[in-house]
Design a protein around this ligand. Sequence first.
Ligand SMILES: Cc1cc2nc3c(=O)[nH]c(=O)nc-3n(C[C@H](O)[C@H](O)[C@H](O)COP(=O)(O)O)c2cc1C
Length: 384
Amino acid sequence: MAVTASLNIAEARQRARARLPRGLFEYIDRGAEDETGIATSKTALDSLVFKPRVLVDVSKRDATTRLFGVDQPMPLVVAPTAVAGLVWYDGEVELAKAAAAVGIPFCVSTQSITSVERIAGESGARLWFQLYVWRSRERTRELVRRAERAGAEALVLTVDTAVTPNREYNVRNGFGIPIKPSVRAGLDCLAHPRWFAGVFAKYLRNGGVPTYAHYPDEFRTALGRVAVGDEIGLAQDVGWGDVRSLRDAWKGKLILKGVLRADDAEKAAELGVDGIVVSNHGARNLDHAIHPVRCLTDIAERVGDRVTVLADSGVRRGSHVAGYLGLGAQGVLLGRAVLYGLATDGAAGAQAVLEMIRRELLTTMGFLGAPTVADIVGTVERPR
Ligand SMILES: Cc1cc2nc3c(=O)[nH]c(=O)nc-3n(C[C@H](O)[C@H](O)[C@H](O)COP(=O)(O)O)c2cc1C
């Protein structure tokens, strides 16, 4: 059912909030511990300062960007988000279709409900694959080979999640993976019947409670248990040696996601990594982590000549994208913003969000006197 289009991401968020069970909405929307990172993210992006150029012909504005040798109509990538498949039925396929419709890559999460093979087969999207390293490096290598066989162009190694984040609201609201039946979760579902009927009940009818699609079968069937098995617990000892091994094993583009320091970016460059995402994981992991707006330029100045620098965290407006691009990023990932769109209208909702951000970006570029994305450089004041 088509709904009146959201005017902005804040409206899309309100709709997602109404649609989703509280536990799931909070899992998507909130941060970690005292959530200072969420507040900092808003302040950092609200504090962006533009220095517009005037008297520039902006009658033809173009947001086309070349990322890793491929032209795409907008400088965006759909970020990897665990369990997007719970937000909408087949949510990962829907997100990938939205990305394909606007010509940008979709990054599949290790913790996706739908497998990379199915997403590749059903969406026609250009895929990147996000990797969490499991304790068993052999199992991890097998997962990487799966991503390669499915045609993923880039492997995105997430490096900012060495330990499990502390998200207390999810303890209180009962949301977690594995999904556990509880009175609270049951009431939450009943209070959100459109989601329950359109997503969860549909999964139950079509094969059962959703699980992590990339986990080996013998563990997937056991996802009802808390201990998913030592071998596929997330490794806490991931180091530069793993980056080296992945660089040797992976022929496509290799990207490190979650870099916040220029010295780490330098090491990545030395190891032949193709790209980095300057990200604080949307303020979901380490509370008080520095916001990308504050460290992006240092990092881009240090490695931008050798490595493609991307950024994410907190983007809710096209002007935020312009801010990141002006501070040195070549592309920007969107996490929650597209999930809000997905929650209300599947692929169409996610696509509407991507197009909205592009429209807003083009408007900002018009005011900045920046007919192309490259022209944005020099119009954003470096945060002090
Ligand atoms: C619900 C949710 C799940 C996420 N899951 C993953 C994940 O599995 N792997 C990963 O590298 N990042 C994950 N992220 C982080 C995003 O890739 C991205 O860095 C972040 O969402 C950017 O901030 P934004 O949501 O404010 O745009 C997740 C984010 C959200 C909101």
